[in-house]
Design a protein around this ligand. Sequence first.
Ligand SMILES: Nc1ncnc2c1ncn2[C@@H]1O[C@H](COP(=O)(O)OP(=O)(O)OP(=O)(O)O)[C@@H](O)[C@H]1O
Ligand SMILES: [Mg+2]
Length: 223
Amino acid sequence: MAIERVPTGINGLDELIEGGFVKNSAVLVTGKTGSGKTTFITQFLYTGAKLYQDPGILVTTEETSRSIRNHGARYGWNMEEMENKGMLKVIEVEPFSIDTLVTMLEKEIQSLHARRIVIDSVSMFEMYIDKQLEMRKLLFKTLRRLKDLGTTVVITAEIPEDSQSLSRYGVIEFAADAVILLQYMSLTKYKRSLMVRKMRDTNHSQDIHPFEMMQNGINVLSV
Ligand SMILES: Nc1ncnc2c1ncn2[C@@H]1O[C@H](COP(=O)(O)OP(=O)(O)OP(=O)(O)O)[C@@H](O)[C@H]1O
Ligand SMILES: [Mg+2]
């Protein structure tokens, strides 16, 4: 049976990954501060609701819902309109409890019939749970539960400035089915780049692709 794909809404990305994320998979978008993670997940969710009629939930641990809406508005994404239509929901959570998060999300997913869910970011959970094995198990369980409920999940994590790994403690990437790395390079012609670091069941591009944050959001360039 052919694998079902979820269009990402990120211009230029779907053609690098066989048409989109694998349906009901968990994707990690990781990068250093300011690399474009929040823009990426907001674009995925907003476009999903607007263009593909996929209801979605945005969980934020780091910004207020208001700042998420304002952020979206800068790219012409009217989040409130979609929220009023029952297509989107923005939820602020305290980062200390990943356990209660799942119970809360189960209810929200069912009432919205959500098909996309994003968590920006899981790094705060990572810092609250000091045992790496615990974090890996808990995150794995959480993502599996969300996938079982029929959603495609995109989470973000931050990479500390001086780190070469894909997340703070090198744990989150193993719980995800796919990893997209966003980078900022001050000395090159194109300042921002995206790389598909892994994507299960997908013959994805292995290259580093420059992208630009344009008026309509992230555009991956074909150079
Ligand atoms: N309207 C805009 N057009 C183009 N670029 C923008 C615009 N607004 C912000 N930016 C750029 O995007 C960066 C922030 O992007 P974003 O918030 O998506 O990154 P992030 O990886 O989530 O950062 P953080 O570490 O704060 O979580 C800003 O630092 C700025 O360089
Ligand atoms: Mg952010």
